[in-house]
Design a binder for this molecule. Structure first.
Ligand SMILES: Nc1nc2c(ncn2[C@@H]2O[C@H](COP(=O)(O)OP(=O)(O)OP(=O)(O)O)[C@@H](O)[C@H]2O)c(=O)[nH]1
Ligand SMILES: [Mg+2]
Length: 354
């Protein structure tokens, strides 16, 4: 990680005492959600190594922006690895809008224009600077080559990010949209993998050369990590609770008491949910990015009901941890193409009629 020079005249060089003090002040409290603007303006910025950026994609309404708005709060929730997040201005403003929305003072709007949200993150002993580009979902879903061609170059730069996050609304997954839009998108994101693979292996035709033998560069997705996120899990859990409670009443206590919302959410198998809701996109992603770390997870930006205490997004801190470090903690589950589905350990939600 290197450090940007812009602030160094006034605020010290990396490694010197002043700089270290400021850096400590940044991360002094776990899960800093709303640092004062004064502090924001006074701290030297850590600049990422060139490939630390994330691209977040999904149809309009998938919950991309809500997810980003909850990152700061997610870091304030305790977890296995200590996380602290310092948002830059745009992300701090977005978190403010989300807070107003949760308190009923404002309307949540679909994203109007592409924005890059920057933030600093401390994960355990490591510091990161991350940028996430978030645009209107309707720009790429449904996919249209004309829209793609019209995208400005700066937006297209993000497609060479280190991480790709695909957001799927678990309550309205829109499989048709994914089926038709994902393949052309992946084709646009792919870059030459460097090795040449023979495209036409048949011997040349005996007569003429109307169809020459070609060598086509193998194309792969350039991402280090790909995360498929099933969002708005709180609505799904609420619905499951309804069934569970109705079944429980009917069984008159002859079954275990309903689990807590978090327990229930953690008992959802993300792979099965994805497969049932959208289809086999993981195989497609793995084929397109065979060396990438690929995982699936569940999130709720607005948090699960009945979890008590303060507002606590579900699965968001784990998603962030995976994107920054590659660490997988529940509910993030890594995709392993060699492991077949494990049916044990997951519970079925009882239906009221059973
Ligand atoms: N219950 C629930 N609703 C959510 C959650 N996340 C997002 N929503 C709702 O889903 C709707 C869409 O969320 P957005 O974050 O704006 O979706 P988006 O993917 O950014 O959509 P575009 O900006 O149009 O591309 C809003 O009404 C949100 O309040 C969640 O975790 N739980
Ligand atoms: Mg949005």
């Amino acid at each position: 990680m290197r450090h940007e020079a812009a602030f160094e005249d006034d605020h010290g060089e990396p490694g010197d005492e002043t700089w270290d003090e400021r850096r400590r002040a940044f991360f002094s409290s776990r899960g800093t959600v709303k640092p004062s603007p004064d502090l924001l303006g006074h701290v030297a910025r850590l600049v990422a190594e060139s490939r630390n950026d994330c691209l977040i994609l999904g149809p309009s309404g998938a919950g991309k922006t809500a997810l980003l708005s909850s990152l700061g709060q997610a870091c304030a929730v305790a977890g296995s690895t200590e996380l602290a997040l310092l948002p830059h201005e745009d992300l701090a403003a977005l978190a403010g809008e989300a807070e107003a929305y949760r308190h009923g003072a404002g309307n949540w709007q679909p994203t109007g224009e592409t924005t890059t949200y920057g933030f600093q993150l401390r994960a355990g002993a490591e510091d990161f600077f991350l940028k996430v580009q978030d645009g209107p979902g309707g720009l790429l879903f449904p996919f249209s080559p004309a829209y793609w061609d019209a995208l400005p170059e700066t937006e297209k730069h993000a497609y060479a990010a280190a991480c790709l996050v695909l957001c799927i609304d678990a309550t309205n997954p829109r499989p048709d949209l994914w089926r038709t839009s994902l393949p052309p998108l992946l084709a646009r994101f792919a870059i030459s993998s460097g090795s040449l693979i023979p495209r036409l292996t048949a011997p040349p035709p005996a007569r003429g050369a109307d169809f020459p033998r070609l060598l086509t560069p193998g194309r792969q997705l350039p991402y280090q990590r790909v995360l498929v996120v099933l969002t708005q899990i709180d609505s799904l859990v609420q619905e499951a609770f309804r069934h569970y409670k109705a079944g429980y009443r009917q069984a008159r206590g002859r079954m275990p008491t309903p689990p807590s919302a978090t327990e229930l959410a953690l008992q959802i198998d993300p792979f099965r949910l994805l497969d049932e809701h959208v289809g086999a996109i993981l195989g497609q992603l793995h084929a397109a990015a065979p060396t990438a770390d690929l995982a699936v997870t569940l999130t709720s930006a607005w948090g699960l009901i009945g979890t008590g205490g303060g507002w606590s997004p579900f699965g968001v801190r784990e998603a962030l941890l995976f994107l920054a470090t590659g660490e997988c903690c529940e509910p993030v589950v890594r995709y392993d193409p060699d492991i077949t589905a494990d049916e044990s350990g997951w519970i079925e939600i009882p239906s009221p009629r059973s």
